[in-house]
Write a new protein. Structure first.
Length: 578
């Protein structure tokens, strides 16, 4: 929590304490009304509060020595006013609590999302997006609920303590009987459901992850899902998890309901037992009425608090897995990033990119993907990396992009180690993958990917589209730049999607552009057209292309072949990487 949030949390706690005090006061002032009905004179003599009311409003006894009904009516009206004030105060505190909870959720969820998105690329290679999605949504909700529960638990616990002291002052014997019974059954029930609540929470946590994964997999491969008639598989799989989530929720709800029912029953039975003891002891009916009226009112008010405390303890246990997961993820190091990307110090690129004696293995794997490789990419050149699938081409590109760090050796930008300023290098390099990611938005937004629309100039978008040879097509559309492309660009052809990817790179106007198998999924004619566009950038940009098809690299200045972790220059001469 921030300092401001901690301050609001403390303020809420104090506010809840005041609310509990008002609740207790609301219970205590009902007793004088009961006493006034049965014996007004004795009630006034035995209550400093009623004496104050009598003095304030100038009430006096009549000729027969009794107070008129005006005193009772006045006290009733005062109690009504107090309850209205209490209700208004409760509404205010609840509104403040709701605002705090919603803002805390926003801050925590955003912080987790930022923590995840700023992690290294390697972190995401080994993370499941469903886990991250669940953590930023479901786990965060559970965490905030647990924090809110803690606040209520402290407040409710103090109210119960204050009520205990108040009732002890009035009649310690009945109080001990009632609280011993309620405390005993609460302790017993909590012991019985302790392990169950935690187990249900862990099970719910896992099931929600599986349900999210099922949805992502079904919609992520929706074309294959439909063509292969696998809709029923995903529906039945999701329904299985949804059914198990419902069963866990039902069991947890039942476990949460059990303490309330038992506590209410035991609480009222204990009062009735104490009543029988008083009756058998020969205590006067007047004294019994006054005492037990207080206890009935007090216990009726108290029982919901005790039940809520039990439910809150169970809620803590149910949320334990999510709370632990959020705490664990908050410990992840999150590099500080300036709010304005323009403030990131650029990594000047004036001469060449060098891979010097680079060896790389993925975490947890003994396989050496790249073994002491060397290469050089001069500014303004067109360089290709070719090889069979799995040879290490994409790994090489990820190293050049600064997404991965060499196990040994170094990637140098003008003799400066890339790992010292990867964010600065990202200002100078653009990446075009085989499958272009397009958001469910218009062409303008997809070309200016990740920028605030207010910062984007249409002329810059048109410039990029024209350079990518897609401008004429977009101008022919009814809505032009505002044309919706659909989720993942389903309303565009493969070639059009690739050209938007190229336009996105050209919009950024970076000196280096990387094409990672960017044309391998296209037909020959479309591929030729896009390669013509790429070749038109020679000299103006430093171009790096990854491919396994030789026809795509005929115009390259230098070609490196990667095979079994080794790299050899097969066109353009051996580099002087040292």
């Amino acid at each position: 929590m921030s300092k401001k949030q901690k301050g609001i949390f403390c303020l809420l706690f104090v506010g809840m304490l005041v609310g509990s005090g008002l609740e207790l006061f609301g219970v205590s002032i009902l007793l004088p009304i009961i006493s006034l009905i049965s014996d007004p004179e004795a009630a006034v003599d035995g209550s400093s509060l009623l004496q104050f009311v009598v003095m304030l409003f100038g009430f006096s006894k009549d000729s027969s020595g009794h107070y008129s009904n005006a005193l009772l009516i006045t006290v009733v009206l005062l109690v009504m006013a107090i309850y209205l004030i209490k209700a208004a105060y409760t509404i205010f505190i609840n509104a403040l609590e709701s605002k705090f909870t919603s803002q805390f959720y926003r801050q925590l969820s955003s912080r987790l999302f930022a923590t995840y998105i700023y992690q290294s690329y390697e972190f995401h290679l080994y993370s499941n997006s469903a886990d991250l999605l669940r953590s930023a949504t479901f786990d965060t909700t559970q965490f905030v609920a647990a924090a809110n529960t803690l606040l209520s638990l402290l407040s409710d616990g103090l109210f119960c303590l204050a009520a205990f002291v108040y009732l002890m002052i009035n009649d310690w014997r009945v109080t001990l009987i009632v609280f011993a019974a309620i405390g005993g059954i609460s302790f017993l029930v909590l012991r019985l459901v302790k392990k169950r609540a935690r187990a249900y929470g862990q099970e719910s946590w896992w099931l929600n992850t599986q349900a999210i994964k099922t949805i992502q997999e079904a919609f992520g491969g929706i074309k294959e899902t439909i063509v292969s008639n696998r809709e029923e598989y995903f529906v039945s799989t999701y329904d299985k998890y949804a059914n198990e989530i419902a069963n866990v929720s039902y069991k947890n709800a039942f476990v949460g309901l059990l303490p309330r029912v038992l506590i209410e029953a035991v609480g009222m039975i204990s009062i009735l037992v104490a009543l029988l003891v008083y009756i058998l002891s020969g205590v006067s009916n007047t004294s019994i009425i006054q005492t037990f009226s207080l206890f009935v009112i007090g216990i009726v008010k108290l029982l919901p608090y005790v039940s809520r405390i039990n439910a809150q303890v169970n809620g803590f246990r149910f949320s334990a897995k999510s709370v632990d997961n959020v705490f664990q993820n908050l410990q992840l190091s999150c590099p500080e990033r300036p709010q304005n990307v323009g403030l990131i110090e650029a990594a000047p690129f004036q001469k060449k990119i060098v891979l010097r004696d680079v060896t790389f293995s993925y975490r947890g794997s003994a396989k050496i993907v790249l073994d002491h490789v060397n290469c050089e990419i001069k500014k303004g050149s067109f360089t290709a990396f070719c090889g069979q699938s799995g040879a290490g081409k994409t790994t090489t590109v990820d190293l050049i992009l600064g997404l991965l760090v060499p196990t040994q050796g170094a990637v140098l930008i003008d003799e400066k180690n890339l790992k010292e300023n990867p964010a600065g290098w990202h200002r100078d390099i653009s990446y075009i993958p085989q499958e272009i990611f397009l958001s469910d938005d218009d062409i303008r937004t997809n070309v200016a990917f990740g920028l605030n629309p207010k910062q984007v100039k249409d002329e810059d978008v048109w410039r990029a589209l024209d350079q990518a040879q897609l401008g004429d097509f977009v101008r022919s559309l009814p809505n032009q730049l505002q044309t919706q492309v659909g989720e993942k660009g389903v309303r565009l052809s493969g070639g059009q999607r690739q050209r938007i990817g190229i336009a996105r790179a050209l919009f950024r106007n970076t000196p280096v552009i990387v094409f990672d198998e960017a044309t391998s999924a296209l037909d020959f004619q479309t591929e030729s057209e896009i390669l013509q566009t790429v070749n038109g950038l020679k000299g103006e940009k430093t171009l790096i292309i990854i491919t396994h098809r030789l026809n795509t690299i005929q115009g390259c200045d230098r070609i490196y072949e990667i095979k079994e972790g080794k790299m050899a220059c097969i066109k353009g001469g051996e580099p002087d990487a040292h």
